[in-house]
Ligand binder design. Structure first.
Ligand code: 8YV
Length: 321
């Protein structure tokens, strides 16, 4: 029997190995090479690609979309799709899907853990014990309570709301800023990121990345948090002015920061790594075995659905039929 021609998918970026294996078992898979090899690769394979599967890095730009004449969908194994040029996809009738809901609770848990670690200095306290300083230097310095604080959530979407819900259990007073006020929200609305920062002790960034939110947390917003204020970011590094953040953390203009995301991942500036009032995580917001499996399964369902019905299960943008 002659083997059937299988649907071809193009992997952009390094997918986790289980998902990559599952894709390869079912579909004809290609991986987009970096840099110089790309033109030759596209000259040979561009016409066969029907779907891109990506984890958001290094991204899918207008040039790549235009180079693939039979591309119908971009399936993103992640909720944030800021590195995909959705406008270019729309222009070419290409659908885009992501993995909402399945990671909400895990990312919100990460935000809470990071907030507690940052305010209570648990990372630094752990290093204190390991370095033998407890026995040598005595008790660890006092830190800050989370319970009872005013917390601002920038971006009260699915993840922001799950974070707010958890903070209520810590008796925190919640305020938020979104582009639009949410009519029936139980939380106080702040008309701008600045107004939000001025009125809270901790600012948690949960807004989507992309050009609309680039440096939304500006130097001015960060300064408004003040020397007793904290910044927590589990969204995208691009939402925060990272250089201004480092300056304020280093000069005492801000008490501390907990960061799971950075401007140029996986590169974290040395100046930031040298500070002791920050907790730095390697973008692990959704990185538990259960949640990553749920994300991969939703990615596979989107792919399957596109090949069988021409539509996506969790579309950000529906494909043109
Ligand atoms: C993942 C994320 O790091 O979902 C997102 O937007 O940032 C993370 O859950 C990423 O998508 C890897 O697949």
């Amino acid at each position: 029997m002659t083997p059937q021609k299988r649907d071809e998918i193009l992997q952009v970026g390094a997918l986790e190995s289980t998902l990559a294996t599952e894709l390869a078992a079912k579909y004809e898979t290609l991986s987009l090479p970096d840099g110089g090899d790309r033109a030759a690769f596209l000259a040979e394979h561009a016409a066969t690609v029907r779907v891109i599967v990506t984890n958001g890095r290094p991204g899918v730009d207008a040039k790549l979309i235009a180079a693939l004449p039979n591309l119908g969908a971009i399936v993103n194994n992640g909720v944030g799709y800021d590195s995909i040029d959705v406008e270019a996809a729309r222009k070419h009738g290409v659908g885009v899907s992501n993995t909402p809901d399945v990671l909400t609770d895990t990312v919100a848990d990460t935000a809470l853990g990071l907030t507690l670690m940052t305010l209570r200095g648990f990372g630094s306290a752990d290093r204190y014990v390991r370095a033998g300083r407890w026995a040598r230097d005595g008790a660890f310095p006092y830190t800050r309570d989370l319970n009872g604080l005013q917390v601002g959530v920038l971006g009260l979407g699915r993840i922001g709301s799950a974070i707010a819900k958890r903070l209520l259990a810590f008796d925190c007073a919640i305020a938020y800023h979104n582009r639009h006020e949410i009519a029936d929200s139980p939380y106080r609305y702040a008309a701008s990121p600045l107004e939000l920062a001025e009125s809270v002790d901790v600012l948690v960034v949960a807004a989507a990345g992309g050009p609309h939110t680039e440096k939304l947390v500006s130097a001015e917003v960060l300064a408004a948090l003040g020397p007793e204020g904290y910044l927590i970011n589990i969204a995208r590094g691009s939402v925060v002015d990272q250089d201004a953040l480092i300056d304020l953390l280093a000069s005492g203009g801000l008490a501390g920061a907990g960061l799971d995301v950075f401007v140029d991942e996986p590169n974290v500036p040395a100046r930031l790594r040298e500070l002791d009032n920050v907790v730095l995580l390697p973008h692990v917001g959704s990185a538990t075995a259960r949640t990553r499996r749920a994300m991969a399964l939703l990615t596979l369902r989107n792919l399957e659905s596109y090949f069988t019905s021409g539509d996506l299960v969790t579309p950000v943008l529906r494909p043109r039929k």
